[in-house]
Design a protein around this ligand. Sequence first.
Ligand SMILES: [Zn+2]
Length: 430
Amino acid sequence: MKYLFPLFIVSFLLAFSCNKSVKKEYLKSVNITPAEFEARKSTCRDQLNYIPDLQHLDQTPIKYIRVNFHVMCNDEGKGNFDPKMGRYFINMVLKAANGKMKGNKKMNLPPGNDTPVLPMRYQYVLTGHPSDAKDDGIYFHNDDELYGMIGSGKNRNIYNKDVYNKYGIQKDTVLNIFIMTHPIDSLKSKTYVKDSKGIGYPDFVKVTNWFYKLKNARWENGKLEGTLNKWNAVKLLNHEIGHSLGLRHSWRGNDGCDDTPTHSNCWNKTKGKAPCDVYWSNNFMDYNAHSSAWSPCQIGTIHRNMADKKKKIRKLLVKKWCTLDEQKTVTISRDTDWLGAKDLEGNLIIENGATLTVHCRLSIPGKGKIIIKPKGKLVLDGATLENDCGDNWKGIELWSKDENKGSIEIFNDSKILHVENEIEMKDRES
Ligand SMILES: [Zn+2]
């Protein structure tokens, strides 16, 4: 005990001496400066302002899209995967599709490009019903009327939404993916083409032909035998979800991105055969054998849409930004402009000597806070600080030391909402 007592005193003195000159207080009131800058709302709509910054990936937290799968069979349970093979195949495809996004590749077009290769910062997560532990998010339906999907020709039904209307589950929170198949009767026709087709609506996806990629794969004595080709399914899944996320085909006309040039949509590189010997794409939103690349503008478009409260896709995301995770604290150490909306998952710290200027919506998690260090500065120019989850965040903590104090400037119609330590916004007299 006699050794513990001095130790306690030393710890106390250390704690005291380290903190004695830094004061911390929550911001209580702030003056709004009239329109000195123009509010730049259009910046919040520009997809280029949502491209992840390779030097600061923590400023674009990974978003998780909830997905479930429906395997459609005929009334006899035929024409598509059985439950055992279906679950195996779907889990395999999902893992590979997430893997493709973790390993984004360099764009092949235009030839000689120096387009950066950026991480996608989103993933899919298989989601059953939260109240049912046995629900793995993979379902099997037998329905003669709705199991078949025909991609082209006079009997085309690719755009039909009946299957989603009848079998969609957790439609408000999960992207429903329907594994359709070729109608057994159609396969009897010699002219029927077993196309790998799909369609990506904002709230559901239909794909077909996955079952026919099984080739001779089968279970024998509890082991998988034969060949299982997953890559076509992976490509189709990422392509169709790309549409659900707001991407357009990139080969014809304007897809809203300058880094995805138009081209003649060659399936593959074909030696000596112009233009496919030079202009073959590897982008996911073209039809090609490679499907390995997304461009920065495409990634920005996806993140812009996921940040947009009016878009259906936002409702399908796991709301990671609702729970404070101190490990996800974002620290700003150099002058930074946030020109797009953000959903932070941790606290926000503005370091000494750095200014953060926020122009759009910024969500802070419940119980989270913004810390402005003594020589740090926060500027709000047309920004809305909020909690997107119906919760309160703590507020803006200003640190001071000697003559320096963390500062904040507010311009235009900026708002600070949902704070526990309320902030009075006063009009500055001119
Ligand atoms: Zn498409």
